[in-house]
Design a binder for this molecule. Structure first.
Ligand code: UD1
Ligand code: CA
Length: 460
C-alpha cells in the first residue's frame, strides 16, 4: 500500500493570522486541498492528515474528503515538532508500505513528482528518500548535508546550522518517501536535543544513515514546486505561481486574457474558447463561462453559470445564471438565485435578486427587481422598483410575456401583471393587471393659465 501523511498541526505563527495556516486559500482553494488532491492524483491509497492547532476548523473544511484525521496533542509540556506529528500516525501503516510524508504548507507540489518519488523508493528499495531542491536563497529551510562520497548524511535545520552548513543551498522540501518499517523504527529514536527543543522528523535521516540503511535524495528539477508558505509574503508568491498556471491553462484552451497578471481566476473555474477577458476581472468558485464572451473591467463572477456570447461589463454576479447572448452592465448586480434568460439586457445600475428574467427581456437602467418572475420580451422602464418587502415578509411579483412597465413605477408585491399588460409611467400598482390592460395610477395633470405671472415669478 501507498500511504501519505500530511502534517498540518502547526500553529503557523509566522502567518500572524487566526486562520490555521493550511486553510489559507491559494487561488480560492485552501492550501491543504492542493496537497490532498496531488496525493489522490498519484494513486495513494490512504491519506492521513495530522491536525492540532485549529483542528476543528480544518476537519470542517475537509469533512467531505476521504482523508483520515489524526489529532496531534498540543499544549504545555507536550512535545512539538514534525517528528512528533508523524508519530500520531504510527498505527496507520504497515512495515512493507511506502509512506510519503508531506507538509501541509507546500501547495505547489505536483502529483507527477510524488509519483516518481514513490517509484524510485520502491525500485531502489530505499529505507528513506528525501525530496530536495537547490535554492538560490536557502534561508529558513533544512540543509542537506552530504558526506565525502556525496551521499546524504543528515539534514540540519536553519536554527541549528553552523556557518558552513548555512552556506549549503541544497534544501529539504519537507517531502519524504519511507519504507514503513524503517520509518517506525527511526521515529522511536528521535530526541528533542536541538535548539528548538522539538522532535524533528528530519533527524530520522541521520538515524537511518547511522544504521547503514539505504538513504537517498531526489533532486527536484523545478525548485519552485517545493515553495513552503510560512508567511503572507510566501503566500503571495504561491498565489502568483498558481494563478499563472491557471491562466496559462485557460489561454492554452483558447481563452484570450489581455493581462494575465491582473486577472484572477480561481482553480475550479471553467471558460470556453474565444472568450476575451480584460484586466481586473475576478472569476471565483464554481463558475462556468461559455464561449465567445467578453468580460470587461472590474467584473466579479462568483459560483455562477454564464452562457455563450455574453457581455459582462463591470458587473457583480453571485450564484446566478445568464443565458446566451445577454448583455449586462455597466454596473449591474445579480444577487443570488437570479436566472437571466437569453438575449436579455440588464443595464446600468440594475439590481436583480432571486428572480427569473425571461428571454429577450430588458431592464436598461436604474431598477430593482427582487423576488420576481418575469416572462419573455418584457420591458422594465428606468426607475422601476419591485416592492417586495413589507418590513417583515417578502412577496413575489409575476410579469407576463411582452408586458411593458413604464418608467418610475412601483410594483407592490404580491402582484400579477398578465401578458401584454401595460403600466403607465409613475404608477404605484397594488392590484392585478389583466391581459392587455393599461393600468395607470397617478393624479390627473392640471395646467393653470397665467399662474407664473400672477405670482410675480416671471423673469425680467
Ligand atoms: C520544515 C522542515 C525543514 C524543511 C521545511 C520545508 C523540520 C524539522 N523541518 O521546516 O527541514 O526545509 O519544512 O518546507 O521538519 N507541523 C505539525 N506539527 C508540529 C510542527 C509542524 O504538524 O508539531 C506541520 C506544520 O503544520 C507544517 C509542517 O509541519 O505544515 C512544517 O512545519 P513548519 O513549522 O512550517 O516547518 P519548517 O520550519 O518550514
Ligand atoms: Ca514550512
Amino acid at each position: 500500500m501507498k500511504i501519505s501523511i500530511v502534517l498540518a498541526a502547526g500553529e503557523g505563527t509566522r502567518m500572524k493570522s487566526k486562520l490555521p495556516k493550511v486553510l489559507h486559500p491559494v487561488a480560492g482553494k485552501p492550501m491543504l486541498g492542493y496537497i490532498v488532491d496531488s496525493c489522490k492524483d498519484c494513486g495513494i491509497d490512504k491519506t492521513i492528515v495530522i491536525v492540532g492547532y485549529g483542528s476543528e476548523k480544518v476537519k470542517k473544511v475537509f469533512a467531505d474528503s476521504e482523508v483520515i484525521f489524526r489529532d496531534q496533542p498540543v499544549g504545555e509540556g507536550i512535545p512539538y515538532g514534525t517528528g512528533f506529528a508523524v508519530k500520531q500516525a504510527i498505527n496507520d501503516f504497515e512495515d512493507e508500505d511506502t509512506v510519503i510524508i508531506l507538509t501541509g504548507d507546500t501547495p505547489l507540489i505536483q502529483s507527477e513528482t510524488l509519483d516518481s518519488l514513490i517509484k524510485e523508493r520502491e525500485s531502489g528499495n530505499y529505507a528513506a528518500l528525501v525530496l530536495t531542491a537547490i535554492q538560490e536563497n536557502p534561508f529558513g529551510y533544512g540543509r542537506i548535508i552530504r558526506g565525502e562520497n556525496s551521499n546524504i548524511v543528515k539534514i540540519v535545520e536553519e536554527k541549528d546550522a553552523n556557518d558552513k552548513e548555512k552556506a549549503v543551498n541544497e534544501v529539504n522540501s519537507g517531502i519524504f518517501a519511507f519504507r514503513g518499517e524503517d520509518l517506525k523504527n527511526a521515529l522511536g529514536k528521535l530526541s528533542t536535543d536541538n535548539s528548538q527543543g522539538e522532535l524533528y522528523l528530519t533527524d530520522v535521516i541521520k538515524i537511518l544513515v547511522e544504521e547503514r540503511k539505504k538513504v537517498g535524495a531526489h533532486i527536484l528539477r523545478n525548485a519552485q514546486e517545493m515553495l513552503g508558505v510560512n508567511s503572507k509574503v510566501q503566500l503571495a508568491i504561491c498565489e502568483g505561481e498558481i494563478r499563472q498556471n491557471i491562466n496559462n491553462h485557460h489561454m492554452l484552451n483558447g481563452v484570450t486574457i489581455l493581462d494575465p497578471r491582473t486577472t484572477i481566476i480561481e482553480s475550479e473555474v471553467e471558460i470556453g474558447s474565444d472568450t476575451v477577458i480584460y484586466p481586473g476581472a475576478i472569476l471565483q468558485g464554481r463558475t462556468v463561462i461559455g464561449k465567445d464572451c467578453t468580460i470587461y473591467g472590474t467584473t466579479r463572477v462568483v459560483d455562477s453559470t454564464i452562457g455563450d456570447h455574453v457581455i459582462l461589463d463591470n458587473v457583480l454576479v453571485e450564484e446566478s445564471s445568464v443565458g446566451d447572448g445577454s448583455k449586462l452592465g455597466p454596473y449591474a448586480h445579480l444577487r443570488p438565485k437570479s436566472q437571466i434568460g437569453k438575449n436579455t439586457k440588464i443595464g446600468n445600475f440594475v439590481e436583480v435578486k432571486n428572480s427569473v428574467f425571461g428571454d429577450g427581456s430588458k431592464a436598461g437602467h436604474l431598477a430593482y427587481i427582487g423576488d420576481a418572475d418575469i416572462g419573455k420580451d418584457v420591458n422594465i422602464g428606468c426607475g422601476t422598483i419591485f416592492v417586495n418587502y413589507n418590513g417583515a415578509e417578502k412577496f413575489r411579483t409575476s410579469v407576463g410575456d411582452r408586458a411593458f412597465i413604464g418608467s418610475n413605477s412601483n410594483l407592490v408585491a404580491p402582484l400579477v401583471v398578465e401578458e401584454d399588460g401595460y403600466i403607465a409611467a409613475g404608477s404605484t400598482i397594488t392590484r392585478k393587471v389583466e391581459k392587455g390592460q393599461l393600468s395607470i395610477e397617478r393624479s390627473r395633470q392640471k395646467n393653470l393659465n397665467g399662474w407664473v405671472e400672477k405670482k410675480g415669478l416671471k423673469k425680467k
